[in-house]
Design a protein around this ligand. Sequence first.
Ligand SMILES: [Zn+2]
Ligand SMILES: [Zn+2]
Length: 454
Amino acid sequence: MSSKGKSGKTGLIFFPAFDWAISPTHPEREERLLYTRDQIFEEGLMDLPQIDEYKPRLAEMLDIARVHFCVPDVESQITEAHLIAAGSTLTLADALERGEIRNGFALVRPPGHHSMRVVHGNRGFCNINNMAVLVEYLRTKYGHKRIAVIDTDVHHGDGTQEIFWHDPDVLCISFHQDGHTLYPGTGFVNEMGGPQALARTLNIPLPPGTTDEGIHYVLDRLILPVLEEFKPDLILNSAGQDNHYTDPLANMRFSANGYARLNEKLAPDICVLEGGYAVETALPYVNTGIIQAMAGLDYSHLKEPDFVPGRFVQSEQMNREIEATVAQVQRLWDDKDELVKDALQGLGDFYRRKKRIFYDTDMINESQEETVRLCPNCSGYMTISSQAQRGYGILNSAFCVSIPRKACSSCREDAKEEYEEHIDDRRFGYVCMQDKDRDTFKFHNNMTHTQKSY
Ligand SMILES: [Zn+2]
Ligand SMILES: [Zn+2]
């Protein structure tokens, strides 16, 4: 929003990641972007003066460590493809901030929105959360305060939600096929953020079979009015395309034209590709539609070869279900300040939660205990103790400390003490500390007694 109007151009980055795949027949493979590229050239989009293609760059280790606690270290959780996918979003951020583009779309893989703060391996095809890397970069490098992330992938954006769970300045909205019927099985209305940030996480689970009508109802009645009130510096779209009616992994009935209209109304500053596995029947059309909408081009002729208007109609019952969910989420949003006040009243100096996280791709079970200092003078430091298991063996364990932006001196001191106390603590293989104020990351290996920093 801040950069709108400086230039009329839409920046694009394509990165199909030819050498990265989970397995050769896995749906997350490079063909996902090759058909899109053909379609975009066929439409002549790349020749238009409104569109500029950018070359991707590598994200740096600190760009990743600003978000994630990778165990045992960043290097062991990434490939070059991950650094390029994340780095592409940063290239577009820089172009936006320089005023070269009015918006941008990173068509990259591997995707990222299932990656959480601590990373022991791959979850839902994701290791590194590209969107979260972009958010933290925009805040650190350009001083943005309030950012909205709208996750339009069919799967719940559980990683992004988890990373910004305690942060009232990052509004995370995800609509998705409901978790009773789809991976990752979360994203219900009652998941709404930590005590200091209640209702800054909003989830809109939708019934299988939801059409353009239902998704635009959610957008018009809930998401756009909430954004109007939240007034973010920037709107970012985790643009998954698996809500499409041909997607093989999900059951929604969204069209390419519906996606284009969504992006026209949402007007995101940057879109980052997430999932979408109908390589030939959805991605080329949906991506083309998003690009046309972002560039202010006419997309009215855009349609899939087999799409007939009126083909998908929601039942009355489905309409009522969606209306009820929207009303329920709207109430949470309206009550957000009260919710926070009530929640904090019942708590002491610290808030603790235990979590179990399953990494479906790598078959890892992680258990975590997260502690947040509820500080009257700053947003409070956080510690996470994490144990990951694969099969019967312990894989890795880590104690992680995070110092927030604008930390007060007592939180800073206490956080440093927590870090020091866990050095050479035999219960943990690794100790790490992320300092968002000073933008540094350090890390101690308790087995080899060596230290590293980014
Ligand atoms: Zn997805
Ligand atoms: Zn503090």
